[in-house]
Ligand binder design. Sequence first.
Ligand code: ADP
Length: 182
Amino acid sequence: MKKHLLFLGPPGAGKGTQAAIISKTNSYLHLSTGELLRKEIDSNTELGNQVKDIMNRGELVKDQLVLEIVKKNLCTDNKGWILDGYPRNLSQINSLNQVLLNINQPLEIVFYLDIPEEVLIKRLLMRGRKDDNEETIKTRLNIYKETTEPLIEYYKSLSLLQYINADGDLKTVSADIKQKMA
Ligand code: ADP
């Protein structure tokens, strides 16, 4: 059973939902940088105040700030972990590689949750989070395509990538992930 997982895919693909299910079943850490950043905003921390406007515009938070959050939350004594929303660019890949080398817990599998763009937009508009309005969604999808999508090729070249068709109901997608991580 794979213990060190990464979920990659566009906003709205269901990374957070699936990561929550898998992490709960297996008692893995679920490390969602988006969630952790939103918590900082809700708690009115200095970091939260620093990132609030950027997140509401749908832009990426500075690499250094996100890295700090990842380091703080990725404790070494865990049963396993799922990264969701990190890394999102090449510089974040390099930082993550360093962090994982330091804790001696290499990434074992990367799930690429694929889904058509029109389905994503519908899902995000229905979800209605603060950054789920049409303009912000457009920004996030553009940044995803330009900056994050290339990471798929990187993980493919390392033979870590597993393709998941995320355009299905929740249970079908979970079952597919579970089968592939066994
Ligand atoms: P989604 O993937 O649906 O857009 P997330 O919760 O993963 O939702 O991310 C929400 C926002 O949090 C992003 O638009 C970005 O501003 C910020 N964020 C999350 N993860 C990162 C990251 N790894 N690097 C930079 N910014 C991030």
